[in-house]
Design a protein around this ligand. Structure first.
Ligand code: PAF
Length: 281
């Protein structure tokens, strides 16, 4: 991959990377279109497909995370992707009978990664920053496109890129949604028909918060609004709130008062499936 990227660079082509874990949907393909726009017709768009074991916790869904490389390949071909980069784990994380020779270098963002997703998934972002740094070094992109659905991930990767001086421009593309508002996610596949109906609660909670901010005469206390929205979501029998947070979009710093411009993010279990969403109020 690096050799090919260097050739493209010598030819003066811009490289755009869309990092994914596969099982691609319309949301990913919208990132591909953004990447193509950024690098132009002469540029090269690379989609990486790698279910990164390092970002899954021991109790999480690594082994049954959905995979369908044949379908992903068809979608990428139809969208004009130049290369699908599917590194084998043996190349990404050298393991070995001898521990002394195994992979032991990680990229850790130490501030933004501690909050929200980081509370219940303490090693998750270490896995994301490490693999994305490795993908940047393999693909040598000028532009990398990420989805806004993983708002905290995008903020952490922006920070990593700045802090480590990666010569990469990050672009964050808007979340794609089903007609009823559910954010597209590969994990939606886990939902039963009944859970799928209840999963729209995340979007409805966001809309409800927006409505509250729009109509409130004074800023609302974050604690109060969290409690109200949790109740609203958990009326649905399959739904259990992991967190609802209100924060400054640039720093992810929590706010005590919710007003116009505040960012809201939430994680909700619907049955056994953990879904996330976020939006600007
Ligand atoms: O957002 C994802 O799918 C993953 O976290 C990423 C960025 C591809 C890293 O594995």
């Amino acid at each position: 991959m690096q050799r090919m990227a260097r050739i493209w660079q010598r030819e003066g082509r811009k490289i755009g990377l869309v990092p994914t874990m596969g099982y691609l949907h319309e949301g990913h393909m919208s990132l591909v279109h953004v990447a193509r726009k950024k690098v132009g017709a002469e540029g090269r768009v690379v989609v990486s497909i790698y279910v990164n074991p390092l970002q899954f916790g021991p109790q999480e869904d690594f082994s049954h995370y959905p995979r369908d490389l044949a379908r992903d390949t068809r979608l990428c071909r139809a969208a004009g992707v130049d290369v699908i980069f599917v590194p084998p784990t043996a190349d990404m994380y050298v393991s070995g009978a001898e521990e002394a020779k195994a992979h032991s270098t990680y990229v850790i963002e130490e501030t933004l990664a501690r909050r929200m997703e980081g509370v219940t998934r303490p090693t998750h972002f270490r896995g994301v920053t490490t693999v994305v740094a490795k993908l940047f070094l393999a693909v040598l992109p000028e532009v990398a496109v990420f989805g806004a659905k993983d708002f905290q991930q995008a903020a952490i990767l922006q920070r990593m890129t700045r802090d480590l001086n990666f010569p990469v421009r990050l672009v964050v593309a808007p979340t794609k949604r089903e007609p009823d508002g559910l954010a597209l996610s590969s994990r939606n596949k886990y939902l039963s028909a009944e859970e799928r109906v209840q999963a729209v609660a995340l979007w409805q909670a966001l809309q409800r918060a927006r409505q509250t901010v729009r109509t409130a005469k004074a800023p609302r206390l974050a604690q109060e609004l969290k409690a109200e929205l949790s109740q609203f979501i958990q009326i649905r029998p399959a739904a259990r709130v992991d967190y609802i947070e209100f924060f400054e979009p640039d720093t992810l710093a929590p706010v005590t008062e919710v007003k116009s411009g505040t960012q809201m993010a939430l994680a909700v279990y619907v049955g056994k499936t953990r879904l996330i969403d976020n939006g600007r109020l």
